[in-house]
Design a protein around this ligand. Sequence first.
Ligand code: FEO
Length: 396
Amino acid sequence: MKPKEITNNLFYVGVNDRQKELFENLWPLPSGVSYNSYLLLDDKTVLIDTVDVCYSDLFLKKIAGVLNGRPLDYLVVGHMEPDHSGSIRLLRRQYPDVQIVGNSKTFGMLEGYHGITSGLHEVKEGDTLSIGSRELRFYMAPMVHWPEVMFTYDPKEKVLFSADAFGTYGALNGGVIDTEQNVAPFADEMIRYYANIVGKYGSPVQKALQKLAGLDIQTICSTHGPVWREHLADAVSVYDRLSRYEGENGVTIAYGSMYGHTEQMAEAIAGSLAENGIKNIAMHNVSKTHASYILRDVFRYKSLIVGSPTYSNQLFPEIESLLNKIEIREVKKRLFGYFGSFTWAGASVKRLAAFAERMNWEIVGIPVEQKQSGTADTYEACLNLGKTMADKLKEA
Ligand code: FEO
């Protein structure tokens, strides 16, 4: 199939992965994922990033089709995570004279992953590379997922190549640019992608956004998901909001439950939240919902309520695992409520309190601790917790 031309002489040569179950062997991919790569034809030819090694054969065919006999002069490496750098070694074998453009951190990783130490063109912040009618500019974006990440900007066509930034899960179903497809399914997936992959790096994302603020950008070419043009401002706005940890008005309730007693507490709290005017309530049984989706909602909403039975004098294991994922992402500014249950010795509520303290979150409402089956008193306490959180959200 003819590769998509995004702007004058800029071609999409990325691939869709509809086979992998788990991204990073961690995060579910029900709608697949795309590994985007772009090939620019000017006096010089420039490839921006490669794809996962599993797709290198198809990828190399696409590149050869666009080059149509021309040599490949440059490969710009925006990000060294193997979903984008996996095909570099094979690309170099196919095009031995290609100069690889990156920064000093890129080159350390290039040697470590691929043993490549020659044919390198090092760039620093603000450096340019003339390729004919265009002069590409490079901006370092450390920790907008990894330390070597850098953005490439084409001032002539006002295109930003943004590595993982503004990326999303979801393979491309025919269209490449947002104007040629229904992008609604990507809305949730962009938040989930951000929460899973980039979530820890809010501050570096903010720094990168500030750096981009002075550029005239009409098209964003990320390494995952659609090319943003019509919805460019929306994509930037999502990353801006999430990286500031600004939650929408709503509540995530994540609970574990072995025999339904803790679950009934969660139901009572959710009912009370709704009764008191909260419409956005995401309920997650942690044994059933993959943490990937719970993290999405933790990033999406400003309130989180967690419930856990006591299990071997600890938290319920799946809750422990979820809290660990939240903690390593250093999620900020959440309103936190918690509850738990036990049969002979309570530990979960104390451990949830310790978690809230470590996160430096505001605790809302009185935590509810239930022994064995629920009583009228614990039911009432759950309703109060829900109401207090609803009131807090209304005033926030
Ligand atoms: Fe899509 Fe951080 O790699």
